[in-house]
Design a protein around this ligand. Structure first.
Ligand SMILES: NC(=O)c1ccc[n+]([C@@H]2O[C@H](COP(=O)([O-])OP(=O)(O)OC[C@H]3O[C@@H](n4cnc5c(N)ncnc54)[C@H](O)[C@@H]3O)[C@@H](O)[C@H]2O)c1
Length: 253
């Protein structure tokens, strides 16, 4: 018995990183997964590897409302319904606030924040029609605290925590639970674009993170699984920090 037997879950940004690990784990737990991304070659290859009984790929730019409508149609065509959503797609840009071009700030908000809004808006009615289910939004450590040079990103991730709370309130009566994951530093192409050995990243994070290492994307996937299955049946509207203790406080030695 898998924890997601019989479920159909759409995962955005599923071609690589945390979304890829979520797709692999959810499929292993019995879900049909709809992988949505803009990296078509990687997304299609992953869907093929998981097999057409378990996975389908759809091109989706989460910042575009039309794309969401089309993605829902593909998901329903492949598996009949949708009863789970993981809003995982996101982008990161580094810039000092006073140097950030307006276009860059708006682009980050459009993908990270508007993308999550459109996902909830488009998919929640489908989940309701399926009899209820779950939504997991991917916020961040930076959705709960500040960090220099990621102003647009932090603003977008704080917004996702707010959207999560409001969606949980509005959707509870429709039998839809909505929670957020808030990862700290996780070894994916976003945080480690050069593919540096995780051991080297650990050096960087040893002083910052009490557990002394960078996180792994499969660890975030396990939290997303918990929030998508019956193990979390009485939990909604909450941000869950997964950061090796980074947010716990400041070490003095
Ligand atoms: N890696 C970290 O340290 C970390 C920490 C906190 C939060 N997060 C968040 O976790 C999520 C996953 O990030 P990751 O670390 O796996 O990064 P990643 O860059 O490896 O993966 C992000 C995925 O989202 C896709 N994507 C980007 N823009 C898109 C768009 N407009 N439409 C559809 N797909 C799009 C990318 O193609 C990619 O496959 C993001 O929301 C990110 O902000 C990551």
């Amino acid at each position: 018995m898998g924890k997601l037997d019989g479920r159909v879950v759409l995962i955005t940004g599923a071609a690589r990183g945390q979304g890829e690990q979520e797709a692999r784990l959810f499929a292993a737990e019995g879900a049909k997964v709809v992988l949505a991304d803009v990296l078509d070659d990687q997304g299609e290859a992953l869907a093929k590897e998981l097999g057409e009984e378990a996975a389908a790929y759809v091109h989706l730019d989460v910042s575009q409302e039309d794309g969401w409508t089309a993605a829902v149609a593909v998901a329903k065509g492949a598996f009949g319904r949708i009863d789970g959503l993981v809003n995982n797609a996101g982008i990161l840009r580094f810039n000092e606030l006073v140097s950030t071009p307006l276009e860059e700030f708006q682009q980050v908000l459009q993908v990270n924040q508007v993308g999550v809004f459109l996902g909830i808006k488009t998919v929640a009615p489908e989940i309701e029609a399926a009899g209820g289910g779950t939504i997991v939004n991917t916020a961040s450590y930076a959705g709960l605290t500040g960090m220099t040079y990621i102003g647009a990103y932090a603003a977008s991730k704080h917004a996702i925590v707010g959207l999560t709370r409001v969606a949980a309130l509005e959707l509870a009566a429709k039998r839809i639970r909505v929670n957020a994951v808030c990862p700290g530093a996780v070894d994916t192409p976003m945080s480690n674009p050069e593919g540096t050995d995780p051991g080297a990243l650990d050096q960087l994070y040893r002083k910052l993170v009490p557990l002394g290492r960078v996180g792994r994307p499969d660890e975030v996937a396990r939290l997303a699984l918990f929030l998508s299955c019956e193990d979390s049946s009485y939990i909604t509207g909450q941000p869950f920090v997964i950061d090796g203790g980074w947010l716990a406080g400041v070490g003095v030695l």
